[in-house]
Structures are given as structure tokens and as C-alpha cells.
Ligand binder design. Sequence first.
Ligand code: DX5
Ligand code: ZN
Length: 220
Amino acid sequence: KKKCIIAPSILSLDFSRTSEQLKEVNESKAEWLHFDVMDGHFVPNLTFGPDILKGVKKAVDKVMDVHIMVSDPKTYADIFIDAGADVLTFHVEALENMEGVVKLCKHIRERGVKAGVSLRPKTSVETLLPYLEYMDVVLVMSVEPGFGGQSFMEDQLEKVRVLRKEIDERDLDVRLEIDGGINDKTAVLAVEAGCDTLVAGSYVFKNDIGKAVDSLLCLK
Ligand code: DX5
Ligand code: ZN
């Protein structure tokens, strides 16, 4: 069985029970905690700023997996790195070209943080392939970014297969993460297609947190 990294997404946390739920996440077998940043412009929703990240990082001893869904990733990458991001993932669509994407990946790495690049469902994966060595994480969106609780887009698994083949053939050290609609059923499909890192929001926080994480851990 292959062990996955599970990244519960605090977008789905019950904020009336924040400390209680963060404690449960902390005690779970999740290695990462996924932190969704939305700017009300790149996506039609608003979430958390850097001070919230600082607070969460104090409360939880996990790798802070920060996913910035913002139109200006060059500015916000540094702001969230300063606030404690361990992995900083931005969207390829927010930059003009791959030169810009590579430049920002290099910058994130120079700051000692893992660089991730994310793709919206409609964005093709091919343009990314020649530049994978600049990335530590590729995050495939399996829902339209903006909201938790949407259903899994199975057609995104084709991208995962292409990336898995490329990563393996070139023996690259890139984590292949999926985000959106992950539960105990869709996680099996994602892992079979080649994902090794699973984001799960509503599935984890609407169930017993520890047990939900356990159910996603070893699927293959
Ligand atoms: C959506 C976010 C996801 C979200 C996933 O834009 O990027 O991280 O939390 O939520 P679920 O797992 O409920 O689809
Ligand atoms: Zn996310």
C-alpha cells in the first residue's frame, strides 16, 4: 500500500468550533494542513489573510500547505511566506506566461519554501510539462476553485495520468496533489490515476476528523 499525504482544507472548518477542530486535525494522521486564500477577484469568494495563517500555524503542528487563488500571486506569495507557509501554491492562470511561472517558483524556493503550481479544470497541463523541475508540487483542481463542497470532476484525472507518467519517466521529485470533491470514493480514483497528496475539505470536517483522515490514508 502506498501512503498518501492528506491535507485537510480548513475552508470547511466549523469556525464556531475553531480551536476544538484544529486540535482534532492536529491529533489526526494528516501531515499537511491546506489553507485556501481567495481574493474575491481570481475567484468569487473571500477567505483568510496572513494573520489567520500565523494563528493557525501556532495552533497546529503540520506542514502549512497554502493555496493562493489570487490575481496577484507575486505580491501574495511573499506575504504568505512571511506568515508561515511551508508549501506555497499559486495558479498558472494568474501569470502571463510560463516564464513568469518559473520565475515565481524560483523565488518561492529561494525563500526556502516548496513551490506549487495549480491548474483550474479548464487549463491544460501540456504547457507545464517542460518546466516540472521548477516545481515541488502540482495541484490539479478537480472542482472550479472558489468553494468547498462541490462534486468531483472525474475528467480531471486525465491530467493526473499525464503528470504521473511524466514525473515517473523523468524521475522528478514532484508531489501530485488533487483538490476538490475528495471523499473515500473519489480518493481511490485519484490515487489510482497517480495522485500522492489529497486535499479534503467537507469530507474531513463534516465527519469525525481523525477517522475521515484515516479512511483516506492508504488506498493503493
Ligand atoms: C476550493 C478549494 C478547496 C476546497 C475543497 O476552491 O481550493 O481546497 O477546500 O473542498 P472540498 O474538499 O469540500 O471539495
Ligand atoms: Zn485549495
